[in-house]
Design a protein around this ligand. Structure first.
Ligand code: ARG
Length: 565
C-alpha cells in the first residue's frame, strides 16, 4: 500500500474540485498525534502565487476535501497548515487486506528498471577486510530490496584479480607446490611470505616480474597458476558469503580481468573522441573544473583502476542495458566515482538516461574511534569476526534451559550474524561505524535482537492462543490507530529506502514499529480473560500483521527471525 500516494491523491482531488490549478506538494507525517496523522503544508507556498491568505486557501481546500474515504477529519492549524486524520475504518480495512496478502499488499513497481548493484568487490591478493564486509552487507540488502520492489537486479562482484602483485603471488604458489591451498588459508600471511621471498631473493623477484609479463601476454602455465590462486582466494570469500547468507555466487563475479581486452579500446575511443590528453607521458582525461585528471593509461602502457571501471561502466550500460548502476563502495572512493561517472557520461559510454550512483559508506571503527584492527594492530579476519559473533551470541542465550544444544547453536548463528548485519545496516551508511559487541548483542535499543525478541514475543501469544482467529480488525483506541497506521506505512518506507539506497530507513522503521507494538501490548492485553472476543480477535490480527511486517523487513536485511527466544 502506497499510503502517501493515496492521501496525496485525495488532496489533488480537492485542488481540482476547488479549482486550484496547481500541483499540490506531498503531505508529511504529523510530528505529534495531536496534529492528526498527516499534515499538508502546501497552502503557505500557494499564498503568494494566488495572492490570498494561506488560511483562506487552507479552508478552501478543506471544504473540497473528501472526508468519507481515506480521511475523516481535517483542521486548519497555525498560519495555514492542514492537519489530517485518517479514517480508522479505512485503516482497519487496509490492514486486513495486507494480512491476507503474501506480500503484505506491497506492490511491485510499474516501471521496473534493470539495476546493476556492484558490491563486495574483494581483492584476491589480500584477505577480505571490514570495508568489504560493509559493502557485502549493504549491497546485498540493496539488491534484495530492489528485487522485492520489482526491479530486475544484476549483481556484480567486481573482484580485484589483476595487477603486478599477482606475478609474485603465483611465483610463490608455484614454489610451495601442490599444498599451496593449505598455506593460502591465511592470505595475509601468504602475501607476507611471498613478499619476503621477493625482497630477499633476486632470482625469485626476477621470476615474479617475468610472470607478470607472462600472465599479461596470456602464457598458459602462468594463467593456470593464476586461475588456481584466484579460485582458492575466491573460495575464502565464499566461506564468508556463506556464513553471512549473502546471495553472491560465482556467476555474479565480473572480475577486473574480465575487462582486460576492453582496456585498449577504452583508451582508443577516448582518444578518438578528442577527450584524451598526454601529460607526463600518461594518457589523461582533464575534466572541466577538476584539477586532478583521470589517468587511463600510464607512461609504461599499464592501465589503472579507473580504466577498468570505465570499461565496466560501458559494459553495464551497453551490454547489460542497466538503467541504474549502484556502486556500494567505501566513501573514500567518492572522488574516483565522481570522475569516472563524468568521463563515462561525457564520452557517451553511458547514456544520459542511466542513473549512476556511488552508494558510499563510512569506515568501521573500534570502540575508541580508531580504524578497526586486531589487538596487535593487524587486520581483523572477517571469518574470525563472524565466528566470534556466533560465540558471543551463544553466551547471550546460554542460560535458556528449554533448548537443546543443537537448538542453541542454530539460534546463536541466527542471532550472531543478524546482530553484525543489523548493526551495520542500522546506521546512516555514510557515517563511520563504531563496532561494539555489547551494543549490537543487546536486547535493548535498535538492535536485531530487540526485533527478533519482539517477533518471538508475538509468536508466544499465538502459541498460547491456538484457536482459529476469525473476525476483523477494529481500531479501538489511539494506540491501535497508530500501530495500524504504522503498519500501512511499510511500503512507503521501503520505496524511499530503495530510492535513497539507504537501508537504515528500514531499521528505523522496524524499531519504531516494534517499540510501538510493545507499548500497545502492555496497554492493551490480548489474552486476558476480561477482554471481549471481538477486541481479542482484532488485537490478535494486529499482532499478526506486526509480526509479519517485522519478519518481512528483517528478511530484506538478510536477517532471520526465530519463533522462540
Ligand atoms: N576492489 C575494490 C576495493 O577493494 C572495490 C571494487 C569496487 N567496485 C568497482 N567497480 N570499482 O577497493
Amino acid at each position: 500500500m502506497k499510503l502517501k500516494l493515496q492521501i496525496n491523491q485525495v488532496i489533488k482531488d480537492a485542488f481540482f474540485k476547488a479549482g486550484i490549478d496547481e500541483e499540490p506538494m506531498s503531505v508529511t507525517n504529523a510530528t505529534k498525534s495531536a496534529f492528526g496523522d498527516y499534515q499538508f503544508n502546501g497552502a503557505m507556498a500557494l499564498s503568494k502565487k494566488l495572492s490570498k491568505n494561506p488560511r483562506e486557501i487552507a479552508s478552501q481546500i478543506i471544504e473540497s476535501l473528501d472526508l468519507s474515504g481515506i480521511l475523516c477529519k481535517a483542521e486548519i492549524a497555525g498560519p495555514g497548515f492542514i492537519n489530517l486524520w485518517m479514517n480508522p475504518l479505512w485503516i482497519a480495512e487496509q490492514c486486513q487486506i495486507a494480512l491476507g496478502d503474501e506480500r503484505l499488499d506491497i506492490g511491485k513497481t510499474k516501471t521496473p528498471n534493470r539495476v546493476v548493484v556492484d558490491y563486495s568487490g574483494p581483492n584476491m591478493a589480500k584477505q577480505m577486510h571490514v570495508g568489504h564486509l560493509r559493502s557485502t552487507i549493504i549491497g546485498d540488502t540493496l539488491a534484495s530490496l530492489l528485487t522485492f520492489l520489482g526491479d530486475e537486479v544484476i549483481r556484480q562482484n567486481h573482484i580485484g584479480d589483476w595487477g603486478t602483485q599477482f606475478g609474485m603471488l603465483i611465483a610463490y604458489l608455484e614454489e610451495i607446490g601442490e599444498d599451496g591451498s593449505v598455506s593460502l588459508k591465511d592470505l595475509e600471511q601468504f602475501y607476507k611470505d611471498a613478499k619476503g621471498r621477493f625482497d630477499v631473493d633476486p632470482s625469485f623477484a626476477d621470476k615474479a616480474r617475468e610472470y607478470v609479463v607472462k600472465i599479461q601476454s596470456g602464457d598458459s602455465h602462468c594463467l593456470e597458476l593464476w586461475q588456481k590462486f584466484i579460485d582458492i582466494s575466491l573460495g575464502h570469500c565464499e566461506e564468508i558469503y556463506e556464513k553471512l547468507s549473502v546471495n553472491l555466487t560465482r556467476e555474479d563475479v565480473r572480475a577486473e580481468s574480465f575487462y582486460n581486452d576492453e582496456l585498449p579500446k577504452v583508451v582508443a575511443d577516448l582518444a578518438s573522441n578528442g577527450t584524451l590528453k598526454e601529460s607526463n607521458g600518461a594518457q589523461c582525461v582533464f575534466l572541466e573544473g577538476d584539477e586532478i585528471p583521470v589517468i587511463v593509461q600510464k607512461g609504461d602502457g599499464g592501465y589503472l583502476y579507473a580504466t577498468t571501471d570505465l570499461a565496466a561502466l560501458r559494459y553495464r550500460a551497453k551490454t547489460l542495458e542497466a538503467k541504474r548502476i549502484s556502486y556500494v563502495v567505501d566513501a573514500r572512493q567518492a572522488g574516483h566515482f565522481k570522475q569516472v561517472f563524468r568521463v563515462a557520461k561525457e564520452s557517451g559510454f553511458v547514456g544520459e538516461d542511466v542513473h549512476l550512483e556511488h552508494v558510499g559508506f563510512g569506515t568501521m571503527m573500534d570502540k575508541n574511534g580508531k580504524p578497526f584492527k586486531t589487538r596487535d594492530g593487524g587486520t581483523v579476519k572477517l571469518i574470525d569476526l563472524l565466528d566470534e559473533a556466533v560465540v558471543k551470541a551463544k553466551e547471550t542465550i546460554k542460560n535458556k534451559e528449554d533448548y537443546s544444544d543443537s537448538e542453541i547453536n542454530a539460534l546463536a548463528k541466527i542471532i550472531g550474524i543478524g546482530a553484525v548485519k543489523y548493526a551495520d545496516l542500522s546506521i546512516n551508511r555514510e557515517s563511520n561505524y563504531i563496532f561494539n559487541w555489547d551494543k549490537m548483542l543487546s536486547f535493548e535499543g535498535n538492535t536485531s535482537l530487540y526485533m527478533q525478541y519482539a517477533y518471538a514475543r508475538i509468536q508466544s501469544i499465538f502459541r498460547k492462543y491456538d484457536d482459529e482467529i476469525k473476525g476483523e480488525i477494529i481500531i479501538g483506541d489511539d494506540l491501535e490507530h497508530r500501530l495500524a497506521l504504522m503498519l500501512l506505512r511499510f511500503e512507503d518506507v521501503l520505496t524511499r529506502a530503495a530510492r535513497d539506497a539507504s537501508p537504515h530507513q528500514i531499521t528505523s522503521y522496524l524499531y519504531e514499529l516494534a517499540t510501538l507494538f510493545m507499548r500497545f501490548y502492555e496497554q492493551n492485553p490480548i489474552l486476558k480473560s476480561d477482554v471481549d472476543e471481538e477486541t481479542k480477535m482484532s488485537r490478535l490480527l494486529l499482532a499478526n500483521l506486526t509480526a509479519k511486517t517485522i519478519k518481512q523487513g528483517l528478511a530484506l536485511l538478510g536477517i532471520e527471525v526465530v519463533d522462540k527466544l
